[in-house]
Design a protein. Structure first.
Length: 268
C-alpha cells in the first residue's frame, strides 16, 4: 500500500449529484479497493492511474480542514454537502490522520445538510460529534449480507458483522441513516431468494430506507468482475436463477413495500 501526504488547493467540489451541491473527499484513493467501485472506472476514463492500481494507494489531504474553513464562508448556508463520494472517509488511514474527524469539526459550526457514505465501523468513533449536528445523515454501504460473498468482491473492506455493529450504534445514537445496497451485484443479488432474504433481514434490523443502484461501467470493470464471479460460482453459492432487470427491480419495490421500506432506485 502506497501512502502519500498531499496538500489540496480546494476541498469542496461542485458536483452533479441529485443529492448534493458539493462533495468532499478527505483522501484520494481508497484502501478498500472494491472490485466494483465506479471511481476506478472514472480514473480510467480520465487517464489518472492504471485501474489495476485502485486499492493500492491512498493520498491524505493533510491540510483539508484548513482549506475547508476558508471555503465554507463562500457557499450558501443550505448547500448540501456529501462526504465520501470517491473514497471511504473512514478507511483505515483515518485512524492515523483523522482528516475526516477534522472536517466534521469544521462542519459542526454550520447548518448545511451533510451526508456521509461509508462501509467502515470506524464511524463509531465520531458518533458523539455527529450527534451534535442539526442535519446529518450516514449512508452505510452494505452490498451483501453474507461475509463469504463479501470476501470475494470486497476482500479488503470491513466484515459484515462490523458494519452491522455500526448500524446499531447509529440507531442507538439517533443519527439518521439509510442503507446503500449499492451496487446491485449482477449474478449475485439479482434473484428472488436473495432479494427476499436481504430485505427481510434489513427490515428486522430496523432499517427504514435504502438506496439501490445497478453496477455500472462494466466496460472497464467487467474483466476483473468476471474473475470474481468465477470464484463466486466455484463456492456453490450461485444456485438461483437470475431475473431480468424489469423483474428484478419490480421485485425489490414489491418486497420493500411489504416490509414498509422506502427504496430509491436511480433510473428505476
Amino acid at each position: 500500500m502506497i501512502i502519500e501526504e498531499i496538500q489540496c488547493k480546494t476541498l469542496l467540489q461542485k458536483c452533479g449529484f441529485g443529492f448534493a451541491e458539493y462533495s468532499i473527499n478527505p483522501y484520494e484513493g481508497c484502501r478498500f479497493g472494491c472490485v466494483y467501485c465506479y471511481v476506478k472506472a472514472l480514473r480510467h476514463y480520465r487517464k489518472q492511474e492504471n485501474p489495476a492500481e485502485w486499492g493500492g494507494f491512498a493520498r491524505a489531504k493533510i491540510n483539508a480542514a484548513a482549506v475547508l474553513q476558508k471555503e465554507m464562508k463562500r457557499i450558501a448556508a443550505d448547500a448540501r454537502i456529501a462526504i465520501g463520494t470517491a473514497t471511504d472517509p473512514w478507511q483505515p488511514l483515518e485512524k492515523r490522520y483523522r482528516i475526516t474527524r477534522a472536517i466534521l469539526e469544521v462542519l459542526w459550526y454550520y447548518t448545511n445538510p451533510v451526508s456521509i457514505t461509508s462501509r467502515s465501523p470506524l464511524m463509531i468513533r465520531d458518533i458523539p460529534l455527529m450527534k451534535e449536528f442539526v442535519n446529518l445523515r450516514v449512508n452505510l454501504s452494505l452490498p451483501v449480507l453474507d461475509d463469504r460473498v463479501r470476501k470475494i468482491f470486497e476482500p479488503n473492506a470491513p466484515s459484515i458483522s462490523s458494519r452491522l455493529k455500526a448500524l446499531e450504534a447509529l440507531q442507538q445514537a439517533g443519527i439518521p441513516f439509510r442503507i446503500f445496497w449499492c451496487p446491485l451485484l449482477p449474478g449475485v443479488v439479482d434473484n428472488e431468494a436473495t432479494v427476499r432474504a436481504y430485505l427481510h433481514q434489513v427490515s428486522h434490523l430496523g432499517v427504514e430506507s435504502l438506496v439501490c443502484e445497478p453496477m455500472r461501467h462494466l466496460e472497464v470493470l467487467g474483466s476483473e468482475y468476471a474473475q470474481r464471479m468465477a470464484r463466486y460460482r466455484s463456492t456453490g453459492l450461485d444456485r438461483e436463477p437470475r431475473l431480468n432487470r424489469a423483474e428484478f427491480l419490480a421485485l425489490i419495490h414489491g418486497v420493500a413495500a411489504d416490509y414498509g421500506l422506502t427504496v430509491y432506485v436511480p433510473g428505476g
